[in-house]
Design a protein around this ligand. Structure first.
Ligand code: ATP
Ligand code: MG
Length: 231
């Protein structure tokens, strides 16, 4: 586990989070005094209209963007105040991102994509290979480990992206419409897989989706409107 992070029963606590975008003289308050708590080992689905701020929320929580104000605590550690190397380490060790686009390295096989990520996370070559093969098996890709992303289907690429998000044993998975580019049947399969591996590895997850049917897999489902969450 992440030795740098003290344990806490809350995977994430967000207090009075505000985020404004400024374009010239225009200001857009996307997150407005938002409060949120995610218990360790639980999953929450976030829904809401296009442009309501779902991605912004994930980016701020994941340390990809800065809030105007507010407190973000992940497993007991204040992350809104992290900068530089400490922020990089938080993103790398604590968070597993899954985006709509898979962002796999095209010149690397499925297995190599995972091995590279594991080695960046500090694993030696043998350990990285072992973990990568194990996770590829967990997402049903044992037969495709030597395929390049261009030789995988959209659903298979997202399976690799799910495995990659888990490889450095993060506490929190942040998934932003991970099935947005897939057809309905594949979306369902990948979303079910995502929930099952998150449960298997006892992770916490925030998942943004436009698919109301997905909410039933999650412990909790929230709608983001006017900058805050509604049940
Ligand atoms: N860097 C930026 N500069 C200015 N405005 C931005 C920036 N990023 C996002 N926005 C605006 O903030 C609002 C929230 O964007 P965000 O991407 O969080 O929405 P979303 O809920 O994820 O939408 P979607 O469901 O379409 O992905 C939008 O109105 C968007 O135009
Ligand atoms: Mg978005």
């Amino acid at each position: 586990m992440n030795s740098s992070m003290p344990s806490s029963d809350k995977a994430l606590v967000v207090e009075s989070l505000t985020k404004t975008y400024r374009n010239g003289t225009d200001t857009l308050k996307v997150l407005d005094n938002l409060d949120f708590t995610l218990e360790q080992g639980t999953t929450t689905v976030i829904m809401g209209k296009s442009g309501c701020g779902k991605s912004t929320f994930l980016h701020v929580v994941g340390g990809l963007d800065k809030p105007d104000s507010g407190i973000i605590t992940a497993s007991g550690v204040r992350v809104d105040v992290l900068k530089g190397d400490k922020l990089t380490v938080y993103r790398r060790e604590h968070i597993g991102f899954i985006f709509q686009m898979h962002f796999l390295l095209e010149d690397f096989t499925a297995l190599e994509n995972l091995i590279v990520t594991a080695m960046i996370g500090g694993a030696n070559a043998a350990e990285a290979r072992r973990k990568s093969l194990q996770l590829l098996e967990s997402v049903g890709l044992s037969q495709k480990t030597e395929n390049y992303p261009g030789q995988l289907s959209g659903g298979e690429r997202q399976r690799v992206a799910i495995a990659r998000a888990l490889i450095n044993d993060p506490v929190l998975i942040l998934a932003d419409e991970p099935t947005g580019n897939l057809d309905e049947e594949n979306s369902r399969i990948i979303e079910e897989l995502l929930f099952s591996v998150v449960k298997k590895y006892n992770k916490s997850m925030l998942l943004v989706t436009h698919d109301a049917n997905i909410a039933r897999f999650a412990d909790k489902s929230l709608v983001l409107t006017k900058g805050t969450f509604k049940e």
